[in-house]
Write a protein that binds this ligand. Structure first.
Ligand code: MG
Length: 427
């Protein structure tokens, strides 16, 4: 039977895996990655987890013991991780009709066909990402996002599955047993605090929550948790954000590490995203006649969830990051509601036209006073010296600030800087 499946494709120990791609000597060793200024542990390899090195522990407190245990520490190299993330997302986009880039190392995608078809496609995707980007991935598949997240836990915890777990491959009784083995606080969108509120209702596991009275759950918690009940039953309440990538649309959207609350922060984010989208348009020889931008709060946050979506049409097709940024800020900025915590934003370019066939005959000056070629100059510099070397406005400042950070154990930015390419020795 052909059906639609939701899959989450997720990199294992993402930061550590990026470090290992360009330094294979780290494979099999306990590795940790440290936060800005080499402060705390923000990522651990399986070997480091086995040594009981905790997440978020300050490095200076454990450095001596960790080194004695043979743990290798690396400063965070966000430029490398960001580029590896973009590569993985792009390769994934070729394999699916809909993709929602959920975080730096996770995308939700839609798969079609039977359960076996979906598993086979996921395995092919996994092999391709391993081969082309070098990252080990896990894939969880089910009928809803919430169940796919649970399946993903299975793909990580059971090596026999080969990194792909489809919940639909199990009998109803086995699915019930799987859900009964998962603490309700580990369900996507629930968390520890809500778990404590569900405990008096006798809800301790994912299976309990699925069997619970949805209305009662809403009354005790909120509509968000009620939605989780339905999702656990296979009723799709959190559809994939429609973000097809490809030649007819260019999309750049991400979740933030820290929620943003002000228009100034949003402008900063849009500056980075519009430049990224403009660079991709230029790389594929396209210009856009229309743009859509959004900013959204978390669907799991307390209170109502908001998502502002605005569309902008350009009188002349453009790939100019200045024009895109200005339009994005003007359209989306006024939509922000004070006091809200926004966790995701995105920019997508539509109505793409071929640059070559589009004569930039701007005799009436509709494109405004932008100097032609600004974007070409920025792209050239970025290509030669790396993406963080140049940026317009706030995007430029952001990069420079990062230079002042303490990063004593940083790896080369092997995918974005010619002078930091990996060196391979043949014998
Ligand atoms: Mg991950």
């Amino acid at each position: 039977m052909s059906e639609r499946h939701v899959a989450i494709v997720d990199a294992n120990d993402f930061y550590v895996s990026c470090e290992r791609v360009f330094d294979p000597s780290l494979v099999g060793r306990p590795v940790v990655v440290l936060s800005n200024n080499d402060g705390c542990v923000v990522a651990r390899s399986a070997e480091a987890k086995a040594l009981e090195i905790d997440m978020a522990v300050p490095w200076h407190r454990i450095a001596d013991r960790a080194r004695m245990l043979g743990v290798v520490a690396r400063s965070s190299n966000y430029e490398l991780y960001g580029d590896m993330s973009a590569r993985a997302a792009e390769i994934l986009s070729r394999r699916t009709a809909s993709q929602e880039v959920y975080s730096i190392d996770e995308s939700f995608i839609a798969l079609e066909g039977t359960v076996d078809d979906a598993i086979a496609q996921a395995q092919a995707i996994r092999a391709e990402l391993r081969r082309l980007v070098g990252l080990p991935m896990s894939v969880g598949i089910a009928s809803t996002k919430t169940l796919a997240k649970l399946a993903n836990r299975g793909s990580k915890s059971n090596p026999a599955l080969g990194g792909v777990c489809h919940l639909g491959a199990y009998s109803a009784a086995r699915q019930e047993a799987i859900l009964a083995s998962i603490d309700v606080g580990d369900v996507w969108g629930i968390g520890r605090r809500t778990a404590r509120r569900l405990a008096p209702l006798g809800i301790g596991t994912a299976a309990d929550l699925r069997a619970a009275d949805a209305t009662l759950v809403r009354r005790r918690c909120s509509v968000v948790q009620e939605r989780v009940v339905h999702e656990l039953r296979g009723i799709d309440c959190l559809p994939l954000e429609d973000v097809q990538e490809g030649r007819d649309q260019i999309q750049h959207s991400r979740s933030f590490a820290v929620p943003i609350t002000t228009a100034a922060e949003l402008a900063e984010v849009l500056s980075v995203y519009t430049q990224r989208a403009a660079a991709r348009a230029r790389a594929q020889g396209s210009m856009a006649r229309a743009m859509r931008c959004f900013a959204a709060t978390s669907p799991f946050a307390a209170g109502s969830h908001v998502s502002h979506v605005v569309s902008v049409a350009f009188p002349e097709a453009t790939d100019d990051p200045l024009v895109l940024h200005r339009a994005a800020v003007a359209a989306l900025g006024p939509q922000l509601e004070p006091g809200r915590r926004y966790v995701r934003a995105g920019v997508s370019l539509h109505e793409l036209v071929d640059r070559a066939s589009h004569a930039t005959l701007d005799v009436f000056g509709t494109a405004g006073d932008e100097r032609p070629g600004t974007s070409a100059v920025v792209d050239d510099i970025a290509e030669r010296f790396g993406e963080q070397s140049v940026g317009l406005g706030l995007a430029g400042l952001r990069a420079r600030r990062a230079w002042t950070m303490r990063r004593d154990m940083v790896s080369p930015r092997a995918t974005t800087h010619w002078d930091e390419l990996a060196v391979v020795h043949a014998r």
